[in-house]
Ligand binder design. Structure first.
Ligand code: HSE
Length: 300
């Protein structure tokens, strides 16, 4: 008996929702295979696509750690399970790589055992898995990877998570430049303080974005995608960011910002054609800086 699950890459923050907003994209993502084994306990038996970087030790591996916590939550620690982890996306990309592994780990175990828990009930364990990779307990990548769609996390502490509606023609364009930024470093550059003026602008924008999604109001979505707090501090870590953003907006994107902690950059677009154009334009902009890159365009 064996199951194979896929957990997608995600764009966290979505410009104005630092640590509280994220959405899933169609590809890339990670695959985890789970199968029953005669010997009790959880084991990682195969890891591919990681360039030898990921540990086989369950407690040190995001997918393994998440799956182990989930088995504890279910009271199923004696069951024999083998996991295969197939990384199909880059590390340190800002596309939620460790979150996808953690989400896939709990999804695979849940599916193998016949779904004894809802996805929401398994979320806490998946967030714990990602936490061993980046040190912080935040669900803005894990929740959309596990649940799909656009997820608002009102509170990370209590995992008060909510699915937001997705307007029919909302597409994402994403470009991953081949430079590495560690989330930990990208969090350390952030000032712990914001001004009242910044808070007012950011609150207006996140509220505007949520209303725009509920009402399929693309103009409101576009006006709301302006991050006045995080992007100005982090964009310096991404060579060519200003050019890439200008290219996306020139291609007709509704807005453009850093995906998660970077270096990937995303744009939201109305329609598939615009998303393809924006992805191409962003990739070409990185090309001008001699930075190899991969582009993706997908419905949300
Ligand atoms: N919200 C997180 C950040 C996402 O921007 O640091 C990356 O893990």
């Amino acid at each position: 008996e064996e199951v194979r699950v896929f957990a997608p890459a995600t764009v966290a923050n979505v410009a104005v929702g630092f640590d509280i907003l994220g959405f899933a994209i169609g590809a890339p993502g990670d695959e985890v295979v789970a199968r029953r084994s005669g010997a009790p306990g959880l084991r990682i038996v195969e890891v591919t696509g990681d360039g030898g970087k990921l540990p086989y030790v369950v407690e040190k591996n995001t997918a393994g750690f998440a799956a182990a916590r989930f088995l504890e939550q279910l009271g199923e620690t004696d069951v024999g399970i083998e996991l295969e982890i197939h990384k199909r996306m880059p590390f340190g990309s800002g596309l939620g790589s460790s979150a996808a592994s953690a989400a896939a780990g709990v999804m695979a175990v849940n599916a193998l055992l016949g779904m004894p828990a809802t996805k929401l009930e398994s979320l806490h364990c998946a967030v714990l898995g990602e936490q061993i990779a980046d040190g912080a307990y935040h669900a803005d990548n894990v929740a959309p990877s596990l649940l799909g769609g656009i997820i608002l996390i009102r509170s990370n502490e209590g995992l008060d998570v909510h699915s937001l509606p997705i307007p029919d023609e909302l597409y994402a364009a994403v470009v991953y430049p081949h430079v590495s930024i560690l989330t930990k470093d990208a969090r350390e550059v952030l000032s712990p303080a914001t001004t009242l003026r910044q808070s007012i602008q950011q609150c207006g924008n996140i509220a505007g974005l949520v209303v725009g999604l509920y009402e399929s109001d693309y103009s409101l979505i576009s006006r709301s995608l302006e991050d006045v707090i995080i992007e100005p501090q982090r964009s310096q870590l991404i060579p060519g960011f200003g050019e890439v953003k200008r290219a996306a907006l020139a291609a007709g994107a509704l807005g453009c910002s850093i995906s998660g902690a970077g270096p990937s950059v995303f744009a939201l677009c109305k329609g598939a054609a615009c998303a393809q154009e924006a992805a191409k334009a962003m990739g070409a902009a990185f090309d001008r800086f001699d930075i190899p890159n991969d582009t993706y365009a997908s419905p949300i």
